[in-house]
Write a protein that binds this ligand. Structure first.
Ligand code: ADP
Ligand code: MG
Ligand code: ZN
Length: 419
């Protein structure tokens, strides 16, 4: 009889955690048994551990595909911080110099590297594939796997070539992980990675501590006023305000500053030094509010963000869910407000006109879903979860505008007043 591996002991030994969260243990056992695995878990659910722990237990090196250099560096530092040995985790991306790459390769060949983070571009490089061919690979982890799909909120064409790289380097089990739960994205991921027989693990996407509200956007001026009022009612609390354009980010940040709010702009047009200073100031609470394009947020782990406001309607409900998901990661209060106008919707449709037809079709459909959400009088939570294929069991969540202030009643009351 084989004795079952005590994973909780390993968890405690390597990470210092007492017990697994959600499906973590089942996911890890499935991967250890050599099966392909698909993991759908909301942000903050603990996806990284699902590949980090098995990589430390299994023979060989696990390859982790991850889209962002900053995320990779952060995770590698964490792993190297918890292990007694040096070089247990490494990353390969375009930021490394020749000498650094040589060191990474030497550590891999020596067998001490258990986790190798790679950007998809680096994985697909001929010379890297040729090198990795000679290495014993324990498994492949595809983090942020929704980047494979055009239906996701962050499509990266290079992610589409991962299967080819795996076939070239040498087959091993594949674990794909994402917080993007729509069925289209899921199907794309499974097909593109060729893991049709995988075991699937899906956790609930409900975030019970988040309050959802849609407000009508009457004018820019009125919206700014409402935002200032809201922030003043939440003095000293951290929040993020998303705008679609860099210009609006700059304008709104200036307006907030002029109203004595500790706010700063963040978008991809600012130099990297300014951006990382803004990010640090926000984490260190020198700043209360960041006004940003969607360039801000992925990989930001500030647990006490108390509100996320969308100045403009987002391009998809998927993106909306991810962005609002940055509020209340500590499980405490998180207020999510989106300003909605038909005009903004039309503007977004117009933006799409120059794009390829297939892309336009996808973009329009995503917008329609957002529109339906904004105009509905159904519980917002129910709608969001439904979007992710999840049935919310109650009719009233008591934590959204539609549940707390049902529209029909307000309309009926207005009519009574008129009469
Ligand atoms: P995700 O990638 O799903 O967004 P992360 O992997 O970044 O989530 O994990 C979120 C947080 O949860 C991290 O701070 C991580 O250390 C913590 N965490 C993960 N697993 C456990 C566990 N079993 N017990 C306690 N904390 C955990
Ligand atoms: Mg993650
Ligand atoms: Zn509700």
């Amino acid at each position: 009889m084989t004795k079952e591996l005590n994973l909780t002991e390993k968890l405690k030994h390597y990470f210092g955690f007492e017990k697994f969260k959600g499906d973590q243990e089942a996911i890890i056992r499935n991967l250890l048994a050599g099966h392909d695995t698909f993991v759908l878990m909301p942000t903050g659910g603990g996806k990284s551990l699902c590949y980090q722990l098995p990589s430390l237990i299994m023979e060989g090196t696990a390859i982790v595909v991850s889209p962002l250099i900053a995320l990779m560096k952060n995770q590698v530092d964490v792993i190297n911080g918890i292990s007694e040995e040096d070089g247990v985790a490494h990353y390969l991306n375009s930021s490394l110099k020749k000498a650094e790459i040589d060191k990474v390769r030497a550590d891999i060949v020596s067998g001490r590297t258990k986790l190798l983070y790679v950007a998809p571009e680096s994985l697909n490089k001929e010379e890297n594939m040729a090198f990795l061919k000679s290495v014993k690979i324990s498994f492949y982890a595809i983090d942020e796997a929704h980047c494979i799909s055009e239906w996701g909120h962050d499509f990266r064409p290079e992610y589409r070539k991962i299967r080819y790289a795996i076939d070239t380097i040498g087959a091993a089990p594949v674990i794909a992980l994402t917080a993007t739960a729509t069925d289209k994205v899921r199907t794309d991921i499974i097909r593109s990675l060729g893991i049709e027989d995988c075991a699937e693990f899906k956790s609930s996407f409900n975030r019970p501590n988040l309050y959802y509200e849609v407000r009508a956007k009457r004018s820019d001026d009125d919206t700014s006023k409402q935002i200032i009022k809201f922030i003043k009612q939440h003095t000293g609390k951290s929040g993020i305000i998303y705008c679609l354009s860099r210009k609006k980010v700059e304008e709104l940040a200036a307006i907030l500053q002029a109203n004595d709010i500790k706010a700063a702009p963040y978008h991809a047009g600012l130099d990297s030094e300014t951006r990382s200073k803004t990010q640090d100031d926000f984490l260190m609470e020198e700043l209360d509010v960041i006004v940003a394009t969607i360039a801000f947020g992925m990989g930001i782990d500030k647990p006490d963000v108390r509100f996320v406001i969308h100045y403009d309607i987002p391009k998809s409900l998927e993106g909306y869910y991810q962005e609002t998901g940055r509020a209340g990661r500590d499980g405490k209060e998180g207020i999510c407000i989106v300003f909605y106008s038909k005009n903004d919707l039309k503007k977004l449709e117009k933006f799409m006109e120059g794009k390829p037809v297939a892309e336009q079709d996808i973009g329009r459909q995503l917008l329609q879903e957002t529109e339906a959400y904004a105009e509905s009088s159904v519980c917002r939570r129910k709608m969001l979860l439904h979007y992710f294929g999840e049935e919310y069991p109650k009719d009233n969540c008591c934590m959204c505008d539609n549940c707390l202030h049902p529209k029909k009643k307000i309309e009926a009351m207005n009519q009574l007043l008129i009469v």
